[in-house]
Design a protein around this ligand. Structure first.
Ligand SMILES: *Cc1c(COP(=O)(O)O)cnc(C)c1O
Length: 441
């Protein structure tokens, strides 16, 4: 009975629930959007808008789906911190037994703050690691450094020698495969700054093997983000396995293969069944690894947290220029940059659904930039001033890309777990923003 009255928007986290009947005529059912057992309208009233809301159940479900899909071989899930680095999210992920992929010393410090013991499940990626960042990671005792150039390898060797530490290394290879994704988040072609071409990687392994403080441990690849064609992963992994064979013949003890992250989510329409999608991804990754006796590292970010978050925003004004309609909302590009930065599409839905009437409209923020938009010429349910909207699938690369442009404080973030809703980052005040600046005498 209850099932019939719930329409699942992003299972298992976001669903509409039937609430009541408005007036007598016309008798329209009012549906209300929930995150797990928390009504979002009420949450927005309590905590204000714009407000990021995440579902713990969805994050747990996705982590566990990864675990089952890859259970056939030894593996470690290293959640990509940059997708969503709020401490409470990291704590949730660590609690499920996952490790982390970090791309800066700051991200590593977040992980250490959450759980010191997780250090031995941390992979450090990135093209521009500084000596100070390497030192932090060496002292913490991380699992693996992904090295991207000969100069970086030299600096790591020097830093490890100075600290009398030993560093496990993999070379991040650029496999020269084309991922069909946005050019800003494709990373696996020779024209990109990332990784080392396969022929050059061999020289780096030879260089690393000569350094007593370096331990050649693996190979690594990450071809980009928001990749939905799993064949691309299979091709990249097949090339990596070819390299592992050559390296082993050369005497390197390759135990780890880091397959990176990058699995996409569907931002439009109904979500693909995640279990089915993760199974297809696992087949693509595991196929080339068969019989290789490698420990697999995975660095998913978006596929874990992307669909687990919404951004709640209120309609401030309705406005019509000539015949073009605008909904001006209280969230802006400083809260969610993906539409401006990548032209990303995010579904926008009303939190209370009372009417079937629709309109074609732009949804824009208050910032003084034409690029400050969330949707253009979008067919949406008719919304009044004061209505609450939910921008979907913003759990990854949402809050983390927030800024203070226009001296707007960053939005608050809430983590929902069942019937509990906890503020995990409070709203930033003007005082918070001014604290770093010198006063005029
Ligand atoms: C960004 C990044 C990831 C995560 O990518 P998703 O698309 O969020 O899964 C994993 N590994 C590295 C090295 C990255 O830079």
């Amino acid at each position: 009975m209850k099932r019939e009255r719930e329409s699942l928007l992003r299972p298992p986290a976001f669903a509409y629930r039937w609430k009541g009947v408005r007036g007598r005529a016309p008798e329209l059912p009012i549906e209300e959007l929930y995150c797990e057992r928390v009504a979002l309208e009420q949450l927005a009233e309590q905590r204000g808008t714009p407000l990021y809301v995440y579902s713990a159940a969805m994050i747990r479900a996705r982590l566990s789906a990864f675990g089952s899909a890859f259970r056939a071989i030894p593996h470690t899930l290293c959640y990509s911190v940059k997708a969503n680095s709020t401490l409470a999210i990291l704590r949730l992920v660590a609690g499920e037994g996952a490790g982390f992929d970090v791309v800066s010393g700051g991200e590593l410090q977040r992980v250490l703050r959450v759980r010191r013991k997780s250090a031995n499940k941390v992979v450090f990626s990135g093209v521009g690691k500084t000596a100070a960042e390497m030192e932090l990671a060496l002292r913490a005792g991380i699992l693996l450094f992904n090295i991207e150039s000969s100069s970086e390898l030299q600096l790591l060797a020097a830093t490890a020698t100075r600290l009398k530490k030993r560093a496990a290394v993999a070379v991040r290879v650029n496999p020269d495969v084309s991922a069909k994704t946005h050019p800003y988040i494709s990373t696996g072609l020779h024209q990109h700054k990332f990784g080392v071409p396969i022929p050059e990687a061999q020289a780096l392994y030879a260089q690393a093997a000569k350094e007593p403080c370096l331990n050649v441990a693996g190979v690594s690849v990450h071809i980009g983000s928001q990749i939905t064609d799993v064949a691309t992963f299979r091709e990249a992994l097949a090339r990596m396995v070819g390299l592992v064979r050559v390296l082993r013949v050369q005497g390197h003890d390759i135990r780890y293969i880091d397959a990176g992250g990058g699995l996409g989510i569907s931002y439009e329409g109904t979500q693909q069944n995640f279990e089915r999608q993760i199974a297809a991804y696992a087949r693509a990754v595991l196929g080339p690894l068969r019989g290789m006796k490698l420990h697999l590292l995975l660095e998913p970010g978006r596929s874990i947290v992307g669909a687990a978050g919404v951004l709640l925003t209120r309609v401030l004004y309705r406005k019509t220029n000539h015949r073009k309609r605008f909904l001006i909302v209280d969230a802006a590009m400083n809260d969610l940059m993906r539409p401006s930065l990548y032209g990303a599409y995010h579904e926008i839905v009303p939190v209370s659904r009372a009417s079937k009437e629709t309109e074609i409209t732009d949804v824009v923020g208050p910032i003084c930039e034409t690029g400050d938009f969330f949707a253009r010429d979008r067919k949406l349910s008719l919304a009044k001033e004061g209505d609450l909207l939910a921008i979907l699938d913003v759990g990854a690369y949402g809050a983390v890309l927030g800024s203070n442009y226009n001296t707007r404080g960053r939005a608050a973030e809430v983590l929902v777990d069942g019937a509990k809703a906890k503020v995990i980052r409070r709203r930033e005040s003007v005082e918070d923003q001014l604290r770093m600046e010198s006063r005029l005498s």
